[in-house]
Design a protein around this ligand. Sequence first.
Ligand code: ATP
Length: 299
Amino acid sequence: MSSVTVRVPAKVNVQLSVGPLRDDGYHDLVNVFHAVSIFDEVVAKESEGLSVKVVGESAELVPLDDSNLAIQAARALAKHAGRTYGVELVITKAIPVAGGMAGGSADAAGALIACNELWGLGLPREDLMEIAADLGSDVPFSLMGGTALGTGRGEQLTPVETAGRFHWVFAVADGGLSTARVYAECDRLREATGTRVGWPQVNEALLAALKAGDARALGAELTNDLQPAALMLRRSLARTLDAGRGSGALGAIVSGSGPTCAFLVGDEEHAHDLAASLTSLGVARTAVPTYGPAVPHIA
Ligand code: ATP
């Protein structure tokens, strides 16, 4: 086999509850991840050394050195297999960079799946999940796709049952937001307003809506504790969210750490209409109609 192509979806957090800042600098999270059909493509080609090329949407913002998560993933997989392997990775980005949709994690997951195949390692998914957890807290979910509940720092995952398809529109903003900066702003806002938060809890009504395939109920239950911080750092997002709500979205939320905004709608037709109106209102650089859940797959 001289090349393997893997498509890996972006994610939105339909629930992101952030506990108090821990002594080790992390937060306990209750995180319901939902993978959606915006796919990065990772092609792994036979090669002597390890290298990466990135093309597509905002490719110039992605590092090509050892900080690239896909390169880190390939290296970690080779180490796990106890050998040196070469690969040329070619990533075609569609997931907005630093957009709160776990694009870097998706590329890392894609590299794990593709290199496992290219190198003929035949490692089971559990081994890849272990390597993924060391690469970053969103990487295990990117590998798994679908819909899942993450606890701890987000890396302990349980699949969540869903029915049918949910239709979404993602409003892509100009430029990204740093996840670390958004968490820091969340802590600062809580401190400044004297907000005390308890241990994050799973929203059972949200899980029931997912299980029933009830978009209206899901729309009413969407929550993101990082949203106030993202809105503080990027004031224009309030207008984007309002525009979506005004155009009949069943739910409107900042995706993860932002600045991408996610809108849940009832069907595919409404998704296309809403995408067109968000773009024409000038509240998004682009607006992408999608569906979830989606899963990574070898193309
Ligand atoms: P998070 O998963 O923390 O929510 P995000 O979705 O907001 O992150 P990413 O697109 O994953 O953002 O990018 C975060 C940063 O990771 C980027 O600014 C970029 O410098 C770096 N990065 C490293 N490797 C990649 C990659 N393969 N694709 C995109 N970004 C990468």
